[in-house]
Ligand binder design. Structure first.
Ligand code: GDP
Length: 196
């Protein structure tokens, strides 16, 4: 259970993150995937993560302290349609440095829009995590939008694609910030991760 969630710091330089003295879990995904809504649902705080960031805005690594115990990190999303090469390179550099160098990072949640067929950009990011030894789990978002059958179909298709990349399927959760689906499951998983 997340009882307490406080904003700590935002920065664009992975070297300026808080001292790595406690467990840390990061969240990432395509822009508009529902990352802010999910973080707000998990933490029971409506305005904690800012929803619907616009492309081109400064891309920041946001640290939140949870239960005075561990860091939840909101990473800037990928896949904006209109950003220029410089912004894209800046994002890559920042995120990849953060994910490979952050010594207290226990894992990253990659958010996937459950309404869509498997997207190349998500699969590529998951593959990059695998190759670089960054433990990754999946969170399918917006599960209230389609019928249960259609959502399950999309989830299955994505997992099938991951079988082409990994021997073992990643941990995954199906969620909705609209009706709180998956909240308890994700929170239980987070608790286990930070306890290890
Ligand atoms: P972010 O850019 O990844 O942080 O995405 P946001 O959390 O800002 O969400 C993008 C849009 O999707 C907003 O209009 C949200 O209201 C909507 N949204 C996010 N999560 C859900 C969900 O679980 N169900 C539904 N129906 N809409 C959602």
């Amino acid at each position: 259970m997340i009882r307490k969630a406080e904003f700590v710091i935002s920065n664009s330089n992975p070297g300026n993150c808080p001292k790595p003295d406690r467990a840390e879990i990061a969240f990432i995904g395509r822009s508009n995937v529902g990352k802010s809504s999910l973080i707000n649902m998990l933490t029971n705080k409506k305005g904690l993560a800012k929803t619907s960031q616009t492309p081109g805005k400064t891309q920041l690594i946001n640290h939140f302290l949870i239960n005075d115990q561990w860091y939840l990190v909101d990473l800037p999303g990928y896949g904006f349609a209109k950003v220029n090469v410089k912004v894209k390179e800046g994002w890559e550099n920042m995120i990849k440095t953060y994910l490979t160098k952050r010594e207290n990072l226990c894992g990253v949640f990659i958010l996937i829009d459950s309404r869509l067929e498997p997207q190349k950009i998500d699969l590529e990011f998951l593959l990059w995590c695998g190759v670089n030894g960054v433990p990754a789990a999946l969170i399918f978002t917006k599960a209230d939008k389609l019928s249960k059958t259609k959502t399950e179909q999309n989830v299955r298709k994505f997992l099938k694609k991951t079988e082409e990349i990994f021997e073992e399927a990643p941990d995954y959760f199906v969620t909705s910030a609209e009706n709180q689906m998956g909240k308890d499951e994700v929170n239980a998983f987070l608790e286990e991760l930070v306890r290890e």
